[in-house]
Design a protein around this ligand. Structure first.
Ligand SMILES: Nc1ncnc2c1ncn2[C@@H]1O[C@H](COP(=O)(O)OP(=O)(O)OP(=O)(O)O)[C@@H](O)[C@H]1O
Length: 254
């Protein structure tokens, strides 16, 4: 049987031909829960400023891979090497704001120094929440709370942003607004991004490359044509979408 895995290498897929030092370097990363292998020898390079979407069915290992890159999996058995930058941040589906801290304190939680307050206020203005710094998290809508979480994730200008279904709980309109906001902020700060999503169209709208994972194996590495802002009517996209659905084992009957 042929090995279905694919070597995912930023050098062979980056838009520039020059070699760049990857921000993320995973080599033969495996993770196990008891007898069960959830990640199976994953190799992955992510270049600086690259926006990667990771898709796969439920239980395929997406969150496990993201958590390994966040180093939130110290208690999980496994092997391999995980090279990730120190300055990284994580966004989850729920905002995980501290309810007993006001909005500004939530944003500046990880910051030190005399500029923390000014940086926090600027980050809040960036996400459209100027003037809300003294609000309590519970007084904000779900979409606003997620914007605060985004401000907190980007205020330290991370080299890597790890996002696990960050818009999964939002309504469709808020989700679209958050897509635009994320793209704008990412264009300013240029972190590398790994976005875990169930949503092929979200991946197609946002990412430079889409990776498909199945049973802990990276199966497919799909560069997405067109930079940002992306023309959603690009005639090349339906073909790419069909390829991704095929890689996911879904028939495109649309
Ligand atoms: N703490 C744990 N203990 C035991 N098994 C776990 C644990 N965390 C995850 N798993 C198992 O590992 C597999 C991969 O889980 P993971 O959360 O990475 O999948 P996923 O692709 O993110 O799924 P979803 O899209 O549903 O969030 C699943 O079968 C899950 O049940």
């Amino acid at each position: 049987m042929t090995d279905r895995r694919t070597m995912i290498d930023a050098d062979t897929t980056s838009r520039d031909s020059e070699r760049v030092t990857p921000v993320v370097q995973l080599r033969a990363v495996s993770r196990h829960y008891g007898e069960r292998t959830v990640l199976d020898r994953v190799d992955l390079d992510i270049g600086p400023g690259e926006f990667i979407a990771l898709i796969g069915r439920s239980g395929s290992g997406k969150s496990t891979l993201l958590r390994s890159m966040a180093r939130l999996d110290e208690d999980v058995a496994g092997s391999g090497t995980v090279g990730v930058p120190e300055n990284r941040s994580v966004l989850f589906q729920d905002s995980r704001l501290l309810p007993w801290q006001r909005v500004l304190a939530n944003v500046t939680l990880g910051l030190r120094g005399p500029d923390a307050r000014a940086s926090g206020l600027a980050a809040l203005a960036d996400v459209g929440l100027a003037g809300r710094e003294r609000a309590w998290p519970n007084a904000l809508s779900g979409g606003e709370q997620q914007r605060v979480a985004l401000a907190r994730a980007l205020v330290g200008e991370p080299d890597l942003l790890l996002a696990d279904e960050p818009f999964g709980a939002l309504d469709a309109l808020t989700r679209l607004r958050m897509h635009r906001l994320l793209l704008r902020l990412v264009a300013e700060h240029r972190p590398a991004v790994l976005l875990v999503t169930h949503d092929v169209d979200e991946a197609l709208a946002l990412a430079d490359r889409v990776l498909v994972i199945d049973s802990g194996v990276l199966l497919h590495d799909q560069p997405i044509p067109g930079g940002q802002p992306r023309d959603r009517a690009d005639p090349a996209l339906p073909r790419v979408r069909a390829d991704l659905l095929e890689a996911l084992g879904v028939t495109d009957d649309s």
